[in-house]
Design a binder for this molecule. Sequence first.
Ligand code: PRP
Ligand code: ZN
Ligand code: MG
Length: 225
Amino acid sequence: MLEKNRLRIALQKSGRLSSESYNLLIKCGIKINFQHNQLIAFAENMPIDILCVRDDDIPGLIVDKVVDLGIVGENVLEEKLFIKDNVKKKKFYNLLIRLDFGICRLSLAIPKNSAYYGLDSLKNKRIASSYPNLVTQFFYKKSIPFKLCILNGSVEVAPRAGLADVICDLVSTGTTLEANDLKEVQTVFNSQACVICRLGHIENSKQIIINKLMNRINGVIKARE
Ligand code: PRP
Ligand code: ZN
Ligand code: MG
């Protein structure tokens, strides 16, 4: 059972941020017992519960105040909490710290043998992506029309499958692009993992734990600089 007075932290269940997020908490001195259930873990030495969920669900859990903290990539945050009118950008969370992992970029890539002479060569092309909001915003700002093909995974096979001409996906080492004969032509968004905190009143006892945790995270990051 989750108790209300324990700090709840959402982590990515499996994916690029999972092990580093988990290791960071361990380095901060949190003893986590994962034996009850893989999805919820209870810290043994601090009033902290860990929820292991899909990264895409973390922004929503923070907005709905289901969890107090979340470790998530800025790419997912921006995509999920996207609002069209950036001028009136509503605040959905507090960013507590950017972490030293999960560094990647959302980039446009095209088949290696395709000609590229700047963004205009992508005009009216079919672009496959799991990041419809970020892609749309990028092309809207450049006034370049395009066709969107939303895929939740395996975006890199879209050109070969004849689904799209261009992909917009995360690039970290570049191995995936290379393996699929694609070349990166333009960065759309730079991203890294960060710790976010929900808005609204936070009890003093929880705030003390958050502060303690942030101090320790800072220390861990400083130590590996
Ligand atoms: C991302 C992206 C590529 C890969 C790129 O996937 O979709 O597949 O990483 O990394 P590389 O440049 O080091 O090869 P991710 O692991 O985030 O999983 P997902 O596709 O399921 O979101
Ligand atoms: Zn995801
Ligand atoms: Mg992938």
